[in-house]
Structure formats: C-alpha cells, structure tokens
Design a protein around this ligand. Structure first.
Ligand SMILES: C[S@@+](CC[C@H](N)C(=O)[O-])C[C@H]1O[C@@H](n2cnc3c(N)ncnc32)[C@H](O)[C@@H]1O
Length: 340
C-alpha cells in the first residue's frame, strides 16, 4: 500500500516531467495530488503511480462515451478542448472508481516502445555480420521489439532496415555521415523474458498498452497498432520469469549457427545494483560455454562482448528514450574485429 505522501510526490514530479509532452497530464497531476479521494484511491496501486493511474483512467475512458473524451486528443474525434478538465475528470474517476481500482491492483507500467528499435536495428545487423541471429530480450513486455527485422527506419540522410516494411519509424541521426545503410538482420529465433509478460493475442493486454500512451502523442498510436499486428503474425515467445536468472540460459539455447544477442531497453532502471551485478555474473558464466553479445540502453547505448568468462564493453551512441534521435553514433573497429 502506497503512502499518501508517496502518491502526492509521484504526481507532482510527473506534472513537471510531462510539462512539454503532455499538457493535459501536467495540468491534471497537481490537482490529483491535492484531492483526498483520488489520493486514497491511488494508494492501492504501485509506483510509478502517476503513469499507472492515468493509464487506468484512459483504459476506462476508451471504452466509454463519457464527455471527458473531449479533452483527450486521441479520443476527442476532432480538436480537443483546452478549458478546465478537472470537474469532468474527477466525476469520471469517481463514477468508474471500481474499474480503475481493478487496473491499479492488477496492471503495471510496461510501455513497450518500438521507437527504441531505431538504434537496435543497425546494432544487431552489424553484430550479425551477415550471419543469422537469435534474439533474447530481457524485460520484453509484449515482445514487440523482438520483431524489429520487419521494421524500416527513415532518417534525413537515408533509410535502413527492411525496405519492404509496413512499419516505418523516423529518427534524426548524428553524426549524419554515420547514418546506417544496413538491411535487417536475419532473425532465426526471438525469445523474451518478463516478470509479467503481456500477451499480444489478448485484446485486454493490447488495450492496456494503448492506454499507457500519453494523450497528445497521437503519432505513437498507429505505430503501436501496426507493431502489435506484426507481433500477432510472428508470435515472439515471451516467457514469464526473472530475466536476471533466465536470460543467459535462453541465449545458450540459441540455434547452433546463430549469433546470440541478448538485449535490454529501459528495464535496468527498475533493477537494483545487486540484480544487475548478478545478471552480469550469469552472462560471464554462460560465456564460458558460448560467446554472446549484450546490447543495453541504460544511460547510453552500450554493446558488450561476453566470451570465455570475460566481458568487453563499448559505448556506441546516446539515443533519445523513445528513439526520436540517436546522437554520437560510433562503431569502433575493435567491434568489427570481434564480430569476425
Ligand atoms: C518499461 S518496460 C520496457 C519494455 C521494453 N523493454 C521496451 O523497451 O519497450 C520494463 C519491463 O521490464 C520488466 N521487468 C522488470 N524487471 C524484470 C525482471 N527482473 N525480469 C524480467 N522482466 C522484468 C517489466 O515487467 C516491464 O515489462
């Protein structure tokens, strides 16, 4: 059970965080923090409570014809209202409090952001060096990023990935002369591990990922829908489990002719230093049986080669958290040598 102070602080911090990208959430958050009834309702949830609660409200709103829709750009069906949403918002929450409580006690913030594949795609293609790859994702959520070989990326200086893809992502790449031209890697197996996997075959799980998008970020919705369609066809397998313990074992099971690539994006911030250290130790142990790569977006984008119980890491870029831009991309010659 969260304390009222933790709930209030969560919403006040979220208000600052969403100032530019979600004016609606930024405006509602301090009012929620100040409302005793809503704070009490939120106490049954978990952190990050602001994203979880506002996702729960949006999940219910998407199913209803309530006038609150008029303030949500993705649900308004025309230009959204920008007068005071608070009385209508509060009334909606109180009318739907039991359904919202249901989401707060069963759901988690598990945003599966395919924009992150703009930097994973060329990284995997280069590590593959023309050979098949076996992908193993640490904290895969619904596993959408395991389908990245079916995506294409456009930049100001050219495109890369699958030239015939239905799903095109856009990013700004620098330095411009380092813009990738790689085709997609040949993915022969796609496996994820998550504490609470979302199932792409479940309409409720697909709706939950839609509800986690911020209301003003309309451009993310068609991309998410297309990625979920592609994942329904490819069906990447996301195992339920603790990836700290399980990921390296899956990498060892990769097809013999494939290059095992383990990766994580935006999961390590949810782990303790001790968990990250244990994962590193399990990769070192597994690498005595088989060499493998680890690609990680934590602060920077880092590639680590695990081989014979040793690890060598390289920072290769500094990407935006949703992949809007990729900066300082560099591919050391030593990395190419390790791929041979
Ligand atoms: C913010 S989501 C990111 C999902 C995906 N990696 C992406 O970038 O779109 C974090 C995911 O990590 C999962 N997770 C957190 N700790 C984990 C652990 N120890 N083992 C497996 N999954 C974990 C959560 O359940 C959640 O689905």
């Amino acid at each position: 059970m969260l304390t009222p102070e933790a709930v209030r602080e969560g919403f006040l911090a979220f208000s600052r965080h969403t100032e530019h990208d979600s004016p609606l959430y930024s405006r509602l958050s301090p009012l929620i923090a100040d409302d005793e009834d809503l704070v009490r309702l939120c106490q049954c949830g978990r952190m990050p409570i602001s994203n979880l609660f506002l996702g729960a409200v949006q999940a219910e709103l998407a199913k209803s014809g309530h006038p609150l829709r008029e303030w949500y750009p993705q649900l308004a069906g025309g230009p959204a209202r920008d007068d005071d949403p608070w009385p209508v918002f509060r009334a909606f929450v109180l009318e739907h409090r039991e359904a919202i409580r249901g989401h707060l006690t069963t759901r988690r913030v598990q945003t599966n952001e395919v924009g992150r594949t703009v930097y994973l795609l060329p990284t995997f293609a280069r590590l593959a060096a023309g050979r098949p790859v076996a992908l193993v994702e640490f904290g895969a959520s619904m596993g959408l990023n395991l389908c990245l070989d079916r995506f294409r990326v456009e930049t100001e200086a050219g495109s890369f990935g699958d030239p015939n893809a239905r799903l095109t992502l856009r990013t700004s790449w620098s330095p411009r002369e380092s813009t990738p031209t790689d085709g997609p890697p040949d993915v022969v197996s796609r496996v994820g591990v998550d504490l609470h996997p979302l199932d792409v075959a479940s309409e409720a799980d697909r709706d939950w990922l839609r509800a986690l998008l911020w209301p003003e970020q309309a451009e993310r919705r068609p991309i998410l829908d297309l990625a979920m369609q592609i994942a329904q066809e490819l069906r990447p397998r996301v195992w339920q489990g603790d990836a700290v313990e399980e990921t390296a074992k899956h990498a060892l099971l990769a097809p013999a002719d494939a290059v095992p690539i383990v990766f994580q994006t935006h999961v390590f911030y949810q782990l303790s230093a001790e968990q990250i250290e244990r994962f590193h130790a399990s990769m070192l142990g597994a690498s005595r049986e088989r060499a493998m790569w680890f690609v990680s977006r934590h602060d920077d984008l880092r590639v680590t080669r695990y081989e014979d119980g040793r690890a060598r890491g390289f920072v290769i870029a500094s990407p935006h958290h949703h992949g809007r831009w990729v900066r300082e991309w560099t591919w050391p010659a030593e990395l190419d040598a390790l791929c041979e």
